[in-house]
Design a protein around this ligand. Structure first.
Ligand code: LLP
Length: 404
């Protein structure tokens, strides 16, 4: 993990384009996609664009056969721009404008209704289009083991049509002489283990039976995303259950994180050392902060840290935390670096040290902001071990471009 060789593309990239910097390995992302394709042959693997919309990453995944899961008109446009054919696009979203829905229906994408209210709007709009493809996203009332903010399938969450409302939704579709293009759910994100997804397969099988007996057999079943990683054993377990209970339906998966999290790094340099002897700790202040990677402060997420190249000597400390430069006391990227770095590495992690924060390929760059007047970092992709710029660093002019 602590690959400090000169050949490390993350080091090369930092030398070429500066820090903070996002580095994503496209070959590793393709390998994750291949795991899904192996576990779910014939399924549509619709990559959740919100996880990371880097243009080169999108293009690569789409070229390798992935579809796109999108939630806004802009994401839909990004998917089309990356070359994704509309029949491989799935659109979700609890609060889309009529314009967004019209554009999505016109494109031929699958558009999922998230509430009866949503469905009534979709049904009203559908008449204007040749072959509108409308699906239902259900709320399966399942508590997945994850951070409360990421539990989208819980009964109290705002997402999806309640199971109790499924018959009413089917009536609305039938009344409008529409077919059911898909039936599915997305139960949350960063979910370890398989229990919640196995329960989901059961609920979707029951829901599909309800739909079929109402004369609306779903064309596809969408099991959403949510896996913390693309672990073949876990994917196989879900695929087996889906085969047993949903055998005759074609599947859709909507993975985001598990395709891209572990293939992306946030590369950052230590700018200052701040000893806090009374608190028994020392802060390394890096040039990346919560404006780049929001996950630690927003969800208490724990990201691994590797030393890419040594900096000045760091005096021994009980605990070393990695902070950002943002004017917020909560701007801490990783606590207790001794969990990730050896004592020898830690001793050289002072000013100038180059660090890589791992598992940053999903919901990292995608959630970055310009708070404190911080331009968004550049993005680099790696192919065959060679780094190349994919999105340039934001400039002052970019930040001023909207100001009248
Ligand atoms: N499908 C739908 C409808 C979704 O809302 C999401 C993610 C996905 C698929 C992909 O889920 P994944 O496979 O990535 O778990 N910002 C949070 C994650 C929010 C996920 C939102 N929805 C984080 O940084 O952990």
């Amino acid at each position: 993990v602590n690959d400090a060789s000169l050949a490390d593309p993350r080091r090369q990239a930092a030398a070429s384009w500066g820090t903070p910097l996002w580095v994503t390995d496209l070959d590793d992302a393709t390998a994750n996609l291949a795991r899904y394709r192996a576990a779910f042959p014939g399924a549509l693997i619709a990559y959740a664009v919100k996880a990371n919309a880097d243009p080169q990453l999108l293009r690569r995944l789409v070229n390798e056969g992935a579809g796109c899961e999108v939630v806004t008109g802009l994401e839909l446009a990004l998917a089309r721009r990356a070359g994704c054919p509309p029949e491989r696009i799935v659109m979700n979203g609890v609060g889309r404008t009529d314009d967004e829905l019209r554009t999505a229906l016109a494109s031929g994408a699958l558009v999922n209704a998230e509430s009866l209210d949503d469905l009534s709007v979709l049904v009203a709009l559908a008449g204007g289009f040749d072959r509108p493809r409308i699906g239902l996203r259900l709320n399966p009332a399942l508590d997945a083991e994850t951070h409360p903010h990421l539990a989208t399938g819980a009964a109290a969450a705002k997402f999806g049509i309640s199971l109790a409302d499924l018959p009413a939704a089917l009536d609305m579709l039938r009344g409008a002489r529409l077919s059911l293009a898909a039936l599915g759910a997305h139960i949350g994100s960063d979910i370890g283990g398989t229990a919640a997804h196995l329960a989901l397969v059961d609920r979707l099988a029951d829901a599909a039976a309800t739909a079929s007996s109402a004369g609306l057999a779903p064309e596809r079943i969408d099991i959403g995303g949510g896996f913390a990683s693309a672990e073949p054993a876990a994917l196989d377990a879900i695929a087996d259950a889906a085969g047993a209970r949903l055998g005759r339906h074609r599947l859709i998966c909507e993975p985001g994180r598990s395709l891209v999290a572990d293939v992306g790094w946030l590369v950052t340099r230590v700018l200052r050392v701040q000893p806090r002897a009374d608190a028994g700790l020392t802060y390394l202040v890096a040039d990346a902060g919560m404006t780049d990677l929001l996950r630690p402060v927003l969800y208490g997420a724990d990201h691994p840290v590797a030393l890419l190249s040594a900096g000045e000597a760091l005096p021994p400390a009980t605990r070393v935390d990695l902070a950002g430069p943002v004017c917020e006391a909560g701007d801490v990227l990783s606590r207790d670096l001794g969990r990730w770095l050896s004592p020898a590495e830690l001793a050289r992690a002072g000013r100038g040290a180059l660090l890589a924060i791992g598992r940053a390929g999903a919901y990292g760059a995608a959630m970055s902001t310009t708070y404190n007047g911080r331009p968004r970092a550049a993005e680099v992709v790696v192919e065959d071990g060679i780094p190349r710029l994919s999105r340039r660093r934001e400039t002052l002019d970019d930040l001023l471009a909207r100001d009248l």
